[in-house]
Design a binder for this molecule. Structure first.
Ligand SMILES: Nc1ncnc2c1ncn2[C@@H]1O[C@H](COP(=O)(O)OP(=O)(O)OP(=O)(O)O)[C@@H](O)[C@H]1O
Ligand SMILES: [Mg+2]
Length: 280
């Protein structure tokens, strides 16, 4: 695809984006129209109903959950839905390689590989990015945090992304040892995402019986919203559950919902209390 007028050619090195594929991004809807409390539908119907139509545009939301609770799947569905609506969608993956992510997305009936090849759905491999930027120390120093954040900022500028996922925030914050630096990192990241008017999901990996929703606890205080994924046991089965803990700008239910992962996406149903106990 070439740079005909009306199309946007990102200048990001192709190797940073999935498989060096064509990164031409057709022009989407105007970003200027997407401010205020307009909603950004997740595409997960029941969740959008709980959230009065979706996440308030521009909000940064933590998606917290223990292993295998569906964090990546939920965030991928959010981005596929956005890309399908013509919103540029950017996934920073620190936990899974980009080819593996594409394989995961194929389990959705509604996933079309053209969303990736056309550049609407952009996948960035964070370990590859770290190597390119020379961020190789076990502990991220202040100057390295600065380089990382400036690179994220540049990606958002170049891609004009409207939806962003970082999977996971934990794996990035893990390398920032000092709490005050984590706070500073979170504040700056939130500012960058807000400045670009992105609606963002930041994945937080937590234990099954967490005392908090993020690695250091400061992350959950800074974000606008918090979705909690977990497990619940019923008659010997382990069910996946989801709860909206907070969402600024929205009057929402805090009830727990049972999540079913299906080829048509995540389905939510109110949980029937009898026989369920929390597993975290
Ligand atoms: N479309 C689907 N239909 C049915 N099951 C699915 C679907 N997508 C994912 N799963 C199942 O859900 C599991 C967990 O999904 P996912 O990888 O999203 O969880 P996660 O919370 O991101 O896990 P991790 O903590 O390992 O990153 C997968 O291992 C897979 O078995
Ligand atoms: Mg995951």
């Amino acid at each position: 695809m070439g740079g005909s007028s009306g199309q946007y050619q990102t200048r990001l090195p192709p190797s940073r984006i999935l498989g060096g594929m064509d990164t031409t991004i057709p022009s989407g809807s105007s970003k200027g129209a997407q401010v205020g409390r307009e909603r950004c539908p997740t595409g997960i119907e029941a969740l959008d109903n709980i959230l009065e139509g979706g996440i308030p545009r521009g909000n940064t939301v933590l998606v917290a959950g223990s292993v295998g609770t569906g964090k990546t799947t939920l965030t991928l569905e959010f981005l596929i839905h956005g890309a399908e609506r013509g919103e540029r969608s950017l996934f920073f993956s620190a936990t899974e390689s980009t080819p593996k992510l594409v394989e995961n997305m194929r389990s959705f009936e509604f996933f079309r590989p053209e969303l990736v090849t056309s550049g609407y759905l952009m996948l960035v491999d964070v370990p590859v990015l770290y190597r390119k930027l020379g961020l190789t120390h076990d502990e991220m120093r202040a100057d390295e945090i600065d380089i990382f954040l400036k690179t994220v900022d540049a990606f958002l500028t170049e891609s004009r992304a409207q939806r962003v996922v970082i999977d996971s925030l934990t794996s990035v914050a893990y390398r920032i040892q000092r709490e005050e630096r984590v706070r500073d990192f979170m504040l700056r990241l939130s500012e960058i995402l807000a400045a670009h008017d992105c609606t963002s999901l930041l994945v937080s990996e937590i234990g099954p019986q967490p005392a908090r929703y993020s690695l250091r606890g400061v992350e959950e205080a800074i974000v606008d919203g918090l979705l909690l994924l977990g497990n619940a046991r019923r008659h010997g089965d382990i069910l996946r559950v989801l709860q909206v803990i907070k969402m600024r700008g929205t009057a929402h239910s805090r009830a727990q919902y049972v999540v079913e992962m299906t080829p048509i996406g995540l389905l939510l149903a109110p949980h029937l209390k009898g026989g369920i106990s929390e597993e975290g």
